[in-house]
Design a protein around this ligand. Structure first.
Ligand code: HSE
Length: 311
């Protein structure tokens, strides 16, 4: 049995444009790291957070990593266990890239590794959802499920939880750009209308079914024409500088589809290869530079592994 472990968990792109709260995929980078050590004294301590510019709580009840680890230990009946946690944030907070999810998933994967993999990654999802609830007020699974399972994931149902791994074209890449403006998920959720028109619902579920079919059929054309969101994007895009200009740029340069990553402000494009993803990332970053907005760019295939033990 191990006494300590270092874990990496990946960032994720939730919603994938049309699938608000029900679709997401993981990427290879960025992501967060957690180091966890057994202490011999019952209780979960958060001893260090780096890379957060002092923004995350060190109080173990308020931090999503320690709170979900505590919840896991209670669930498996091991409140006698004591651990200390270091969280190393390697990705921006409030970016729409599943920042809280990557931290929480790294913590849960670490404790589960120390407990000899008592639960499967899929069984860890409900614990990670509790972490999301703490972070943004709602326990959505479209970041934590792909972060834990890797790949492309569908949340078919929340009650009961039914999570499905989807296939995807092997050569598919994501171009991701994070404009350095902060959009907390909590605020970005509050701005969405809770009532929708039936005709918009019809458009949306047609697109969700189209996107899932396109992934199964490895049909880029179908994937692209299904990446349309009439429910959330019209409102949230207001928060993202030059959103529609960036979309036009990405599509002109060969993107399969383009949209907001999670609750934003990051945007992403799916592409048919790495080169196109690189070209699009640079051109979106240039567009933002023209507005005097700094940005970070990431190019990645869909991550197949989920969290991994580094040490
Ligand atoms: N589905 C969530 C939302 C993802 O759009 O609010 C948050 O990253």
């Amino acid at each position: 049995m191990r006494n300590s472990v270092k874990v990496f968990a990946p960032a994720t792109v939730a919603n994938v444009v049309c699938g608000f709260d029900v679709l997401g995929f993981a990427v290879n980078a960025p992501g967060d790291e957690v180091i966890m050590r057994m202490t011999g004294k019952p209780g979960v301590q958060l001893i260090k957070i780096t890379g957060d510019e002092g923004r995350l709580p060190l109080d173990p009840d308020k931090n999503t990593v320690s709170a979900s680890v505590q919840h896991y230990l209670e669930h498996i009946g091991r409140t006698d266990v004591g651990v200390e946690i270091e969280l190393h944030k390697k990705m921006p907070i409030g970016s729409g890239l599943g920042s809280s999810s990557a931290s929480t998933v790294a913590g849960l994967f670490a404790i589960n590794t120390l407990m000899d993999n008592l639960l499967s990654n899929k069984e860890l999802i409900p614990f990670a959802m509790k972490g999301e609830e703490l972070a943004c007020g709602y326990g959505h699974a479209d970041n934590v499920a792909p972060a834990l399972m890797g790949g492309f994931v569908l949340i078919r149902s929340y009650e009961p939880l039914d999570v499905i791994s989807l296939p995807f074209p092997e050569d598919m890449y994501a171009a991701i750009v994070y404009p350095e403006v902060d959009v907390p998920t909590k605020d970005a959720r509050q701005m969405i209308r809770s009532k929708i028109l039936l005709k918009n619902a019809v458009t949306q579920w047609g697109n969700v079914a189209g996107l899932v079919s396109g992934l199964f059929m490895k049909d880029y054309d179908l994937i692209g024409r299904s990446m349309v969101d009439v429910l959330v994007e019209p409102t949230r895009s207001i928060l993202i500088p030059d959103f529609y200009k960036m979309r036009a740029l990405a599509l002109d340069q060969g993107a399969v589809g383009f949209g907001i990553s999670g609750s934003g402000p990051s945007v992403f494009a799916l592409t048919k290869n790495e080169e196109t993803a690189r070209v699009i990332t640079l051109s979106l970053q240039n567009q933002l530079k023209g507005l005097n907005i700094n940005s970070l760019g990431f190019v990645s295939p869909v991550n197949k592994m989920g969290p991994v033990v580094l040490d």
